[in-house]
Design a protein around this ligand. Structure first.
Ligand code: AMP
Length: 383
């Protein structure tokens, strides 16, 4: 019987895992070098570097199972903990996702469709990749890229030199630019006994490379089935335990993989308020050997990411005489900083039409109506 869960990382994902875990009677120990890590108030916090052997040993010895809330866990740290207690999802999934080239090669070998890609480790490699793939294309660092960081779109020959100056000292991958009709993600959970559940395919809108809005459900069953078949290839190959997310582009009726995350994902936050069981609860259930919960929607849901600082309407909504129904605020209690993910708000409704009406109202009250193209979540994705 698992009682204590360790988490490498104590950011908002760890915080929401711990919130879900409290209801399962679990205790948490976090390892994170940040002094004021936002999950820390939900358990014990070992404040130490990711490669601090004593701290890692302490985590492994105190916990029944260890998981992680971010991808850049050093390989040696995961191995050290694994010598003391189980680590889920399997660290091989973590290592593949840490390197875009290895990740893409694995997905290609599994028959998961992707944009064409080439490894780039020299200036001539880059010229060759651009020649092969054609313009536009995207140059990305193989490691440590997230939320659109560590990447550059090349539209003209001249862009090559600029991008090389910017990223040439890292290992790189160059991939075809996908002029997609829509972006979406499929989130699945798999238990140690192979039981697998999927949440409805979520449609995602990004602004400046950062997730802005997620909405579910949006797609028909046949698209759902296709997305599930793709993520199942990863789950089976990796003998996976826990929650996984596969980000997909939809282009001309095709689903193309962008990347996978071996963890709970920002595009699944709506499941806290809109599904019978959230991605956080099912991740814990999977890694603790508990039966997985039902993933059916309990309402239509749209999540708005909140960046920088909590908006004035967050405080005002408490005594709003005409509140928007179905509004669920999540404040991560992080120090405000420009562009930082500090919370999210999920709207729930009984129908798509009701959800869109509430979303327009919320966008107006958040003061983002002019810059948010809300209708884009319903625009024909061509599938
Ligand atoms: P990533 O860090 O790879 O998840 O990229 C962040 C966002 O950049 C994606 O969600 C897309 O909106 C955009 N993007 C990334 N790769 C491509 C691509 N090959 N073609 C078009 N857009 C892309």
């Amino acid at each position: 019987m698992i009682k204590t869960v360790g988490i490498l990382g104590a950011g908002q994902l760890a915080r929401m895992l711990a919130q879900a875990g409290q209801r399962l009677g679990l205790d948490f120990v976090f390892l994170d070098p940040a002094k004021n890590a936002c999950a820390a108030e939900f358990g014990d916090h070992i404040c130490a570097a990711w490669d601090d052997e004593e701290a890692l040993k302490q985590l492994g010895q105190r916990c029944d199972v260890v998981t992680f809330d971010f991808e850049n866990v050093p390989e040696a740290s995961a191995s050290l903990i694994e010598s003391l207690c189980p680590v889920y999802p399997p660290p091989t999934a973590l290592f593949k996702s840490q390197d875009r080239l290895r990740e893409k090669a694995m997905m290609r070998d599994l028959g998961i469709p992707l944009a064409p890609f080439h490894a780039v480790s020299s200036r001539p490699d880059l010229a060759g990749a651009v020649e092969n793939i054609g313009l536009p294309c995207v140059l990305k660092t193989r490691r440590f890229g997230y939320d659109g960081k560590g990447q550059s779109v090349l539209r003209f020959q001249e862009d090559m030199e600029r991008a090389w100056q910017q990223f040439g000292d890292s290992d790189l991958v160059c991939e075809g630019f996908v002029s997609f009709q829509a972006e979406c993600s499929i989130i699945a959970a798999r238990g140690g006994d192979g039981q697998t559940v999927f949440w409805p395919l979520t449609r995602n809108l990004h602004r400046g490379g950062i997730l802005s809005i997620s909405m579910a459900p949006v797609f028909d069953q046949h698209v759902q089935d296709r997305a599930q078949a793709l993520v199942r290839k990863l789950l089976d190959h990796l003998d996976y335990i826990g929650v996984i997310t596969l980000e997909l582009f939809i282009k001309d009726g095709e689903l193309l993989a962008n990347e996978f995350a071996p963890r709970v994902h920002n595009s699944g936050h709506w499941s806290i308020d809109g599904a019978a069981t959230s991605q956080f609860e099912n991740h814990l259930r999977a890694i603790c050997g508990l039966p997985l919960g039902e993933t059916a929607i309990t309402s239509h849901a749209m999540m708005f990411n909140l960046l920088g600082e909590m908006p004035p309407y967050f405080a005002q909504s408490v005594d709003d005489k005409h509140p928007i129904p179905g509004l669920h605020w999540h404040d991560y209690h992080k120090t405000p900083r420009d562009g930082r993910k500090i919370g999210h708000v999920t709207l729930t409704a009984e129908s798509e039409a009701q959800l869109m009406a509430r979303a327009s109202e919320l966008a107006a009250r958040l003061g983002v109506a002019a810059e948010l193209d809300l209708e884009a979540v319903l625009r024909d994705a061509g599938v």
